[in-house]
Design a protein around this ligand. Sequence first.
Ligand code: GLA
Length: 424
Amino acid sequence: MTGEWLDAWDRTDGARRAADLFRSRFGEEPDGVWSAPGRVNLIGEHTDYNGGLCLPIDLPHRTYVALRNRDDDVLRLVSEREHAMWTGTSDQVHPGAHLGWAAYVAGVAWALNQSSDADLSAVAPDGRRSPSGARVGGFDAAVASCVPYGAGLSSSAALESAVAVALDDVDDLGLASSDAGRAVLAAACVRAENEIAGAPTGGMDQSSSLRAQPGHALLLDTRDGTVQHVPFDLSAHGLALLVIDTRAEHQLADGQYANRRATCEAAAARLGHTSLREIGAGADLEAALAVLSEPGDVEAETTVKRVRHVVTEIARVEDFVALLDGGLVAEVGPLMDASHTSLRDDYEVSCAELDLAVTVARASGALGARMTGGGFGGSAIALVESGSVDRIATAIADAFDAAGFTSPVFLVADASAPADRDAD
Ligand code: GLA
């Protein structure tokens, strides 16, 4: 069989790896180890920056951070993936700085220092506050991760979220103990990603990593930041979620993502809305598309397609959740299929590898399949009967081989636990 399986590390092993790396590189004991999961989105793609709904679950695959507070403002960061140690000071961390992977760590500290004491106290009255604003100082950190990198499974959000709960703990901010506090940590992680790493992503990934619950999908309403935990236990229904990392890399992803986001924001503004969420499916959508449409104008017709995807996708999330609430998880397949078609044809963020994974999964008996995450490569998901996981994965791997694509990597996703402390 072609294709590999990527098992999640046992949490004890993951924590030990990060702590061992810390000891070997810094020659001291860490204050503790914290970890946070990658995520896979069930449905609701490219809706999070449009005030819409999305429905991720946390993966069992996590990023582990061993961290020790310092009493100066020096940051020293090491990772199993990077040979060199990153060393800097907190004044080097600001929008426009080119920090490489350190942006996802140092940026979280920066963003927490940007939040006002009043904002933090509103959700965590007992947390330690600093009148100077520098509530997070220097630290040493060592990172080990089994979240696949560049696979559209939120390795960056997992790193940010693990750092966020670590700093919350060692600096006594008191945020990680409540959902409202975790929403503040998620917002800091989004700022790190948007302003320090320079990636204009929405907030789904960080919210999932920090706010989801095991055994549940996270229904995130990005209009007001509220969440609902929707029971999602596939094994109880004899089902499994197969994740296919296509290992397709697309160089233009950053620009394409920003471009989609800008088109949506411009369309909402043109329609007099704060976001595309204000448009309902059905007649409301048809009326909006009629305003935006200019037959023969390629740009206007592209905007029509982008808006149609976002509005119909938000409706599909509502339909998906209604089926889960009704105990009808085996019936969500057609919604997954429709989501993929919309992402491929209207939002134009799929690629040949994702399309092949989805097509072969369905032809081999999957109940539904779609690309997941930002697209332009990355991963697809397929809802399959538990007994057919291996057979469907083999069919996909064989099809990739025949097409001359890089061998895919497979994992099975159970709705797992959010960011938390692992060990001392
Ligand atoms: C990436 C971004 C998310 C979201 C998805 C698409 O994963 O990080 O914020 O926009 O793409 O749904």
